[in-house]
Design a protein around this ligand. Structure first.
Ligand code: ADP
Ligand code: MG
Length: 687
């Protein structure tokens, strides 16, 4: 490969280099893999008279009038005409020089999006060039790519940089995929795909060729992704782990439980027991639908670790959940004489120091906390096991940094990642391909069923009647108000309003206690409210989505979810999973604000008809795409640039198999592919 320094390119200085870095372009060859999101067609001229509103078009016209006017603000209006009609170009930012250049009878070629106004068709800030009508520049034969860009970097500039270097970069582009694989998968050459993707002929994008070009790149990317995950596993497992094989404590622990383990719980504890006994770090993903009993599995693994005198860490996504775990684990481990501590962000210094000391000297064998906790350095005596609970949003990157942080005395702890959102197999392969998988596919016996109904928000009174009926029987209810997911502020207001309304509601008898829990409460207040709800001091709990994961109150039998049409299927399933945990029948009421579009109807239908988390997540993936399922914050989680897991899933089983002996068969190639598509930082960080 040639010189890779970006600033060596013409027109790229340090400032531009920083902007390119925001697009993950750090070296010259990265420019090739910045793929267009769409194309503009500037291959044909359109007559002004034939323009329709809201279309992008290339036109030529003669300037009739260029004027600078004030209509609320200063703007430049340029009237153009050809022999078929008139069009206005409108600019809000412009220079004197521009105005001067657009004098009467100047001919311009311009590209923009049309829009209809009361005085005709116009384009706002079109791109234009002044041309010589006697000798017009030739029209482009190829489509113009539109790249994803970033603030302060214009499309034109970006396009220039990419196109100016395309030829040169293509020359250096190595075909890394072995010929055999290219042939077997029926792929074309990489160079051809790249050169066409950046600068296609109109005919190449309008038919299935585009998919063929993409397929070439997608296949290579997915192969690189799978190889990277294998690499991570290999590197992590090249470190030793403590072999934890003393299961006496676990047997005792299980005997003490107030229930019998389900068949799948037994199977999974067996799988974990086997992993832990090896001096190789366990890397296991436990998938289990809401309520399938993952906590007990985690605890049994920690029991084994404790028996060998090893420390375990249990990470929860919220303090609320951490508290709940603490109270469960205290109940289970105190009788066995095993000390459980919880490390919270806002502890009085003295108390915190004491806990940190107990962790350091090994007195605390089980340590509970939130993810945030592990961002700070905690010193362990001998950490043997790390469990991440309810975390379907935990990226490869975070997992690696976790391993790094928790390395102690030359060993890497065993890792168990527990997720409540069942992940479709294809997505699991890409996001968690480095983990072995255990599945809890059975709910504990004796659970009441959950009925789900969907009703419009105009029928609120009915909901309140249903709640009355349940509370009369001594049951409890959740009322979740996730008005707008991304704004905790508005969530809070929505919950507050509902809370006030419910309190005023005539239907509800006075001896019913209603309370409110949301993200703005102090952690202590939150957990106090939850404890009160668990102890049935509160009967109706109005909440934002803070209760989404993990909260366990078997006596709650009604779950009301407002604005259900706005929530993702997996999230609805999670919320609904808060009820149906005891032996009573439960009811989930989805309230929507109508009218519903087809997609919303279909989605609510899925939830109404099914309580199978795996089925629901497959549907979620189909209807919304992987970014949503894994959480918007972490779209880049699996680091895929162009592959789309739902669209391209069919390639994965084959690719997965292919990668199993890729390195043996084609030594040296895996590194190159990983470097090209995944980057070096993830893989080669010191694990
Ligand atoms: P999740 O998988 O959603 O984390 P939990 O671990 O919170 O589920 O378990 C849900 C409830 O089921 C808890 O009250 C737990 O004590 C109970 N539970 C777990 N396993 C069993 C079992 N085998 N039989 C009966 N109840 C169980
Ligand atoms: Mg749980």
């Amino acid at each position: 490969m040639g010189n890779e320094e970006l600033t060596e390119l013409k027109g790229v200085g340090p400032a531009l280099k920083d902007k390119l870095a925001k697009l993950s372009i750090n070296k010259q060859s990265d420019l090739l893999f910045l793929l267009p999101t769409r194309y503009e067609d500037r291959t044909k001229l359109k007559k002004i008279g034939a323009l329709i509103p809201e279309e992008e078009a290339l036109i030529e016209g003669r300037v009739l009038l260029c004027s600078i006017v004030y209509r609320g603000r200063r703007m430049m209006l340029v009237q153009l005409s050809d022999d078929t009609g008139m069009l206005a170009m409108r600019f809000f930012t412009f220079s004197k020089f521009q105005a001067k250049n657009l004098s009467r009878d100047t001919v311009v070629r311009c590209y923009g999006k049309t829009r209809k106004t009361s005085s005709g068709i116009e384009m706002i800030h079109p791109q234009y060039q002044v041309i010589d009508p006697e000798n017009p520049p030739p029209l482009s034969k190829r489509l113009t790519p539109v790249y994803p860009t970033t603030k302060g970097l214009s499309q034109t500039k970006l396009r220039q940089i990419v196109s100016a270097n395309l030829k040169e970069q293509l020359k250096h582009t190595e075909e890394i995929l072995p010929d055999a694989i290219i042939a077997e998968m029926g792929l074309g050459s990489l160079r051809d795909a790249l050169s066409k993707i950046h600068s296609p002929l109109p005919s190449e994008v309008n038919n299935k060729d585009k998919f063929e070009l993409l397929r070439r790149l997608v296949a290579e990317e997915l192969i690189a992704n799978q190889l990277a995950l294998r690499q991570i596993k290999k590197r992590t497992q090249s470190n030793p782990a403590l072999a934890l094989s003393d299961s006496r404590v676990m047997k005792k622990f299980i005997q003490n439980l107030p229930f019998k383990l389900t068949g799948s719980q037994k199977r999974v504890t067996g799988e974990i027991e086997k992993d832990l006994a090896e001096p190789i770090p366990m890397m296991r993903l436990l998938q289990g639908d809401v309520g399938s009993g993952k906590t007990v599995i985690a605890a049994s693994a920690m029991a084994i670790a404790s028996a060998s005198g090893s420390q375990s860490v249990l990470m929860a996504p919220t303090e609320l959940l951490a508290e709940q775990h603490k109270s469960n684990l205290d109940g289970w481990f105190e009788p066995l004489g095993i000390k459980v501590v919880i490390l919270k962000s806002k502890l009085p210094k003295k108390q915190k120091d004491l806990i940190l000391e107990q962790i350091k000297n090994g007195e605390a064998l089980i340590i509970i906390g939130t993810h945030a906790l592990f961002q700070t350095q905690v010193e362990y005596r001998n950490l043997g096991l790390v469990i991440v609970d309810e975390q379907h949003r935990f990226g490869v990157d975070q997992r690696l940094s976790l391993v790094n942080k928790s390395k102690s005395h030359g060993t890497v702890p065993h890792q168990l990642i527990m997720t409540a959102t069942p992940i479709p197999r294809t997505l699991a392969m890409t996001a968690y391909g480095d983990l072995d998988t255990s599945i809890l596919d059975e709910l504990p016996k004796g659970r009441g069923s959950i009925k789900t109904i969907v009703i419009p928000d105009s029928k609120r009174d009915e909901v309140i009647k249903k709640i009355d009926k349940e509370t009369e029987k001594g049951r409890q209810a959740y009322w979740v108000c996730p008005l707008i997911e991304e704004s905790e502020e508005l969530n809070y207001e929505a919950a507050e309003t509902t809370f006030e309304k419910l309190k005023l509601s005539r239907h509800l008898e006075q001896d019913i206690e209603i309370d409110l829990v949301h993200g703005r409460l102090k952690p202590e207040e939150k957990s106090q409210t939850m404890v009160d709800f668990k102890n049935n001091i509160i009967q109706i709990l109005v909440a934002t989505t803070v209760i989404e994961v993990g909260v366990d109150v078997p006596n709650a039998t009604i779950m009301v979810i407002e604005n259900a049409e706005r929530l993702g299927l997996s999230q609805l399933h999670q919320l609904r999973g808060r009820v149906g945990r005891g032996s009573h029948e439960s009811l989930c009421i989805l309230i929507y604000k109508g009218p519903l579009n087809e997609l919303a109807k279909e989605r609510l239908g899925v939830i109404r008809k099914s309580v199978d988390g795996f089925y629901i997540s497959e549907k979620d993936l189909q209807l919304r795409g992987p970014g949503e399922l894994l959480g918007t914050r972490q779209k880049g989680l699996i680091g895929l640039k162009i592959a789309d897991i739902s669209r391209d899933a069919h390639m994965l089983p084959y690719i997965n198999k292919l990668c199993a002996d890729f390195e043996n068969k084609y030594p040296g190639k895996a590194e190159k592919l990983i470097k090209r598509w995944v980057g070096e930082q993830i893989i080669y960080r010191n694990v």
